[in-house]
Design a protein around this ligand. Structure first.
Ligand SMILES: O=C(O)c1ccccc1NCC(=O)[C@H](O)[C@H](O)COP(=O)(O)O
Length: 262
């Protein structure tokens, strides 16, 4: 059993609870699309994550103030804010998502392990403009249903892959935003080679944007991801632990490698 299997068991229980809940009416407008910002940018764009804890690292910053950090991320040039809404493994919440979405103008990603439309309804109600779908977590038919459900609501979808086979599934789906998770969810090992492997297979003429996720610590990592062909980065732990987000985040916005047709 991998950590992903364990998390998905928890999610099935949560879905049953969510079905009995009434969600707030959304008051926050959908934000300008991340894909628009990626299209017009000549640097890597950063999705900065609010992360209190994780299965691989345990407690990272338990007392983190999500709104305060999100505002600092936005001021420091983040293109989007990722909010982990899982409580059991990451100490996040849907309350964090709503509070952050109300406090910033950039799109907010509901970073959740989504297996059912009710979680997308909840993300939408709490102000998300983007959701994550993890190919490894979903049967092809369910993935398609969830993708369509989210896009019909006007949400953008970051489709996460780890392998060339999963990339093929994401491309078939018509995903515009593809996240490559550099973290092996069996061993927790992080390697930017995962980004390299996937980037080499990415069609370069179809307006598809690649986000390198996990384990990005330095400008050197960002330059490497850029040289592989990434358009953006999803960064959590290193920013949360940084003494100065204001210095650390802009350093990740390195020039984009121009050898593509976007
Ligand atoms: O972070 C983990 O330990 C983890 C374990 C199992 C499933 C997902 C996990 N993380 C979710 C993420 O995708 C990361 O939070 C995100 O990419 C940022 O990663 P990092 O910059 O390494 O904090």
């Amino acid at each position: 059993m991998t950590i992903l299997d364990t998390i998905l068991t928890t999610k099935q229980q949560e879905v049953d609870t969510f079905r009995k809940e009434t969600f707030p009416t959304r008051t926050i407008p959908l934000r300008t699309k991340l894909s628009d910002r990626l299209r017009s940018s000549d640097t890597l764009e950063v999705i900065a994550e609010i992360k209190r804890a994780s299965p691989s690292k345990g407690v990272i910053h338990p007392s983190l103030d999500a709104v305060e950090l999100a505002k600092r991320y936005e001021k420091s040039g983040a293109a989007a804010i990722s909010v982990l809404t899982d409580t059991t493994y990451f100490k996040g919440s849907f309350d964090d998502l709503k509070a952050v979405a109300e406090s910033v103008e950039v799109p907010v990603l509901c970073k959740e392990f989504i297996i059912d439309t009710v979680q997308i309804e909840k993300a939408y109600a709490h102000g998300a403009s983007l959701i994550l779908l993890i190919v490894a977590a979903l049967e092809a038919q369910t993935l398609h249903k969830l993708f369509t459900f989210a896009t019909d609501l006007g949400l953008e979808v970051l489709v996460e892959v780890h392998t060339p086979e999963e990339l093929a599934t994401a491309l078939e789906l018509g995903a515009e935003l593809i996240g490559v998770n550099n973290r092996n969810l069996k061993t927790f090992e992080v390697s930017l080679e995962t980004t390299q492997t996937i980037a080499e297979l990415l069609p370069r003429d179809r307006g598809i944007y690649l986000i390198s996720e996990s384990g990005i610590v330095s400008a050197h990592d960002a330059l490497q991801a850029s040289s592989f062909g990434a358009h953006g980065l999803l960064v959590g732990e290193s920013l949360v632990r940084s003494n100065s987000v204001e210095e650390a985040l802009p350093k990740l916005k390195v020039r984009r490698h121009t050898d593509d047709a976007h």
